[in-house]
Design a protein around this ligand. Structure first.
Ligand SMILES: [Fe+2]
Ligand SMILES: [Fe+2]
Length: 495
């Protein structure tokens, strides 16, 4: 009976394969259903189809693939979390509807001036990336121009606005910079509309130009108001949102600073290292810095089990078995993930918490178990992983080990520091922990360089106050002041 049941279920599973072989539902959605839905949405305010519906829908599908789908497929984050695709699609759908609905309310002569193309292009750019902003913007320009006159001229005019929006909102770090971008794009929008009027020998209409000027500025106000909601819901953060999280007043970081001060300072040093390395290889330095702050938040629960928080040589691992130590250390990753979810930290920061030890073996506890005569397998002492799946995560894994190793280096010199950094980075590379991170050998060389530079600058000796000068001052001020200066010197030494 049992075998019959098993056979039935295996048949059932096998029956799904031919269906899947003919078409993949995910690809069908991405290539056909998405653009068709957007093309239909674009026509909702008009309650009609364009004059050449076949060309319109086929054109939409092709341009969606060329401008948007190809770009998002090359974005590593889209392969990690479906939230990226859902957010991208929702923001574009919102933009498509706004671009057709608002102009449909006004006179046809105001059509282009009332198209709020700044709105969704800037949102996609700040939340996801500028290439995705340009790609989706060009697709939206096609849909918007098909609503007006289907002309190449309208498409090009809107494309100029798309490009200027993506470029001005590309490296936004403060919300006010979105307003500044809105103002700059307003000037561009007004200027190209004025040029168009002049080229077509039309009289220049100041009211129309004023509408074109107000459009991106008003859109920027909506963007500033709406982006924090999208960040909270999707857990996809703009650089501005990340910087707000990274101002060290976050409750998780405050808890860490109180209960695990050693980990807190380790995280800050790590942030300096990973930020410099990310900058050097063209990854995201803001994400690297902020994710470093949060990478060990799980240690706040049992801080004394981690070397950096141990005082007076008391190590609780001495009183428990290596297997138990293994579990306790693993727990900081699990705890960190729970906290990241509870506080709705960005998805990529949760990934860093998960991945910063990859699947590395806790060699110390493994050897302790072996030397204690226990028959433990090496795999049991591995961190749960996964291995880093994007560049910033790989950098943080490297920086984490480098920072810990550097602390044990006596009398560091540039040569000794570089040797240590190389050893640690090569070790992790040879363990194949970076296979999925997207980091190339070329990147690793630059990362080693950046780490060495930052470690050496962190270890800069204080500039000594010239002794000769002190003696001169002492002599000039007499005996009473000598005592006072002597005290000052001591405090300098112990500082
Ligand atoms: Fe950790
Ligand atoms: Fe760490």
């Amino acid at each position: 009976m049992k075998e019959k049941k098993k056979l039935k279920t295996s048949r059932k599973v096998r029956a799904q394969f031919p269906f899947e072989r003919f078409f993949n539902i995910v690809d069908l959605t991405n290539f056909v259903l998405f653009p068709t839905f957007l093309a239909l949405l674009n026509r909702v305010p008009f309650l009609s189809l364009p004059t050449k519906p076949f060309l319109y829908f086929v054109g939409s599908a092709i341009l969606w693939y060329v401008f948007a789908e190809r770009v998002v497929r090359s974005n590593r984050y889209f392969h990690l979390h479906s939230a990226y695709r859902i957010t991208f699609f929702s923001v574009v759908a919102f933009g498509v509807f706004a671009n057709s609905f608002l102009p449909s309310l006004g006179d046809p002569s105001l059509f282009i001036k009332m198209t709020p193309i700044f709105l969704s292009v800037s949102m996609v750019t700040v939340l996801i990336g500028y290439q995705e902003g340009i790609g989706s913007g060009l697709f939206m320009s096609f849909l918007a121009s098909s609503n007006l006159d289907n002309s190449l001229e309208t498409f090009i005019l809107l494309s100029v606005v798309v490009l200027s929006t993506a470029l001005t909102t590309r490296h936004i770090e403060r919300r006010i910079e979105i307003a500044r971008a809105g103002f700059e794009v307003s000037l561009v929008f007004m200027a190209i509309n004025a040029i168009r009027m002049l080229l077509q020998s039309e009289p220049v209409k100041p009211v129309e130009l004023l509408i074109a000027f107000a459009n991106p500025i008003l859109s920027s106000v909506i963007v500033i108001g709406i982006v924090p909601y999208i960040e909270y819901i999707s857990r996809i953060y703009s650089d501005t949102g990340l910087l707000e999280l990274g101002n060290l007043s976050h409750p998780l970081l405050k808890t860490l600073s109180i209960y695990a001060p050693g980990t807190y300072y380790h995280s800050i040093s790590l942030a300096n290292l990973s930020e410099a390395a990310a900058e050097r290889i063209g990854a995201n330095p803001i994400l690297s810095r902020v994710a470093s702050y949060f990478h060990d938040i799980g240690k706040a629960k049992r801080p004394q089990y981690f070397t950096e928080n141990q005082q007076d040589g008391v190590n609780p691992h001495d009183n428990i078995t290596p297997s138990m130590s293994n579990l306790v250390v693993n727990e900081h990753v699990k705890q960190g993930i729970e906290q990241a979810r509870k506080y709705r930290l960005p998805l990529l920061i949760e990934d860093v918490v998960k991945e910063h030890h990859g699947t590395r073996v806790k060699k110390f506890f493994f050897h302790k178990a072996k030397s204690g005569g226990m028959e433990e397998r090496q795999e049991e002492f591995q961190y749960p992983g996964p291995k880093p799946r994007f560049k910033e995560s790989g950098i943080i894994m490297l920086a984490d080990s480098v920072e810990a190793a550097y602390k044990s280096l006596k009398k560091p010199t540039p040569a000794k520091t570089q040797e240590l950094v190389e050893e640690v980075v090569n070790g992790i590379y040879n363990e194949r922990q970076l296979d999925k991170s997207g980091l190339e050998l070329d990147d690793l060389e630059k990362i080693i360089e950046a780490f060495t530079r930052v470690l050496m600058s962190m270890n800069q000796p204080r500039i000594e106050y010239p002794k000769e000068n002190i003696e001169k001052v002492v002599k000039a001020n007499g005996d009473n002041d000598t005592k006072r200066d002597g005290k000052t010197d001591k405090s300098e030494e112990t500082d």
